[in-house]
Design a protein around this ligand. Structure first.
Ligand SMILES: NC(=O)c1ccc[n+]([C@@H]2O[C@H](COP(=O)([O-])OP(=O)(O)OC[C@H]3O[C@@H](n4cnc5c(N)ncnc54)[C@H](OP(=O)(O)O)[C@@H]3O)[C@@H](O)[C@H]2O)c1
Length: 323
């Protein structure tokens, strides 16, 4: 069963699992289906927050749950309750849970000197923010701990995704670059010399990791990143090349001033902030390039650094942000 099957990651993952011979139930709130799925994929409506509905859908049990819509300890508790009906699980987590050695993370980036300084690449052994309920990262950290604590009761692979990119993305970070081109806005300004990085991960890379984890269940945490981690400037150049457009890029060495709001103009990420160590998680062949990720979507902050064209909480679906 894939929860979040109609999302950008779910759509490709369902297809990959079918290719591997799985019989797939594709669950989402809307119950929709992707036109490329074979007919025998069963698309169903599910609000995964409805415990009874989730239990009913699991029925006597499934061999695998792939979950792109798990965000907090409530969801971890569902797995604890239903562990005897699930063979193994693969759950999307996020690189947003990492903190640096000074305790800085996405959650502190708006404080003076609060931007995290991560090693590049970031290994899975990097400290994470304390589990809690206050922020997206803290909730994901809490989810991770509770799922890993299930141990042999339920083998769970946690994929700490970078900046996800692919078709059906609901808020593509690259839009900052893409949208300016048809508008004829040919000059753009990138902070930090355009050197910021937020390690992208293609939905194809993620799907490949899912199929590998599904074939070899275990309790583990894996960074999920593409083989390459382009800078913001490189992503802009790649977008231009695809669109056949020439632009002028003005590079600033600085970044956002303390107290400057995210909606304020200019600036981007400090350089070299988030780069996953893909050695353990690399998913075999390079993912087919779609459009590389890492840029802000609405003209303000290209590649707001580590995991974020859009800052720490921006990989949270709209409907989850208020939670
Ligand atoms: N985006 C990023 O760059 C990024 C980075 C790191 C980690 N992540 C993680 O990746 C996951 C999101 O993956 P994605 O970007 O592939 O998803 P997405 O494109 O935002 O799609 C979300 C999917 O989840 C479904 N969904 C949402 N709430 C649900 C609920 N209560 N019950 C059942 N289904 C529900 C949606 O169904 P409907 O369309 O029917 O509502 C949709 O199929 C999250 O766990 C997020 O933390 C994202």
């Amino acid at each position: 069963m894939v929860i979040g099957a109609t999302g950008q990651t779910g759509r490709v993952t369902v297809g990959a699992l079918v290719e591997d011979g799985w019989t797939v139930t594709a669950a989402s709130r809307g119950g929709g289906r992707d036109g490329r799925w074979p007919r025998d994929v069963r698309a169903v409506r599910l609000d995964r927050d409805d415990d009874a509905a989730l239990a009913a859908l699991l029925g006597d049990g499934v061999d695998l749950v792939v979950d792109t819509a798990a965000f907090d300890t409530g969801h971890a508790r569902q797995y604890a309750r239903l562990a005897n009906r699930i063979g193994s699980a693969v759950v999307l987590s996020s690189g947003a849970i990492y903190e640096d050695v000074q305790g800085r993370s996405f959650d502190t980036q708006h404080e003076p000197d609060g931007f995290p300084r991560y090693p590049a690449p970031i290994p899975e052994t990097q400290p994470t923010v304390a589990p809690g309920a206050a922020t997206y990262g803290a909730r994901k950290a809490a989810l991770e701990r509770k799922l890993l604590a299930l141990g042999d009761r339920l083998p769970v692979t946690l994929l700490r995704a970078g900046a996800i990119h692919g078709p059906h993305c609901r808020a593509p970070r690259e839009l900052y670059f893409v949208r300016r081109n048809p508008d004829g806005r040919r000059t753009r300004v990138l902070a930090h010399g355009g050197r910021g990085r937020f390690h992208p991960v293609s939905v194809c890379t993620l799907a490949h990791l899912v199929r590998r984890a599904a074939a070899r269940p275990g309790s583990r945490v894996l960074n999920a990143g593409d083989p390459e981690a382009p800078t913001v400037a490189e992503i802009g150049a790649a977008v231009d090349a695809v669109m056949g457009v020439e632009t002028e890029t003005v590079l600033l060495e600085g970044g956002r001033a303390a107290g400057q709001r995210r909606s304020d103009p200019v600036v981007g990420p400090p350089p070299g902030r988030v780069r996953h160590d893909g050695r353990r998680a690399r998913a075999g062949p390079p993912a087919p390039a779609v459009v590389p990720r890492g840029t802000h979507r609405d003209g303000g902050l290209p590649g707001r650094a580590a995991h974020g064209g859009r800052g720490p909480a921006r990989d949270v679906p709209e409907d989850r942000r208020a939670r």
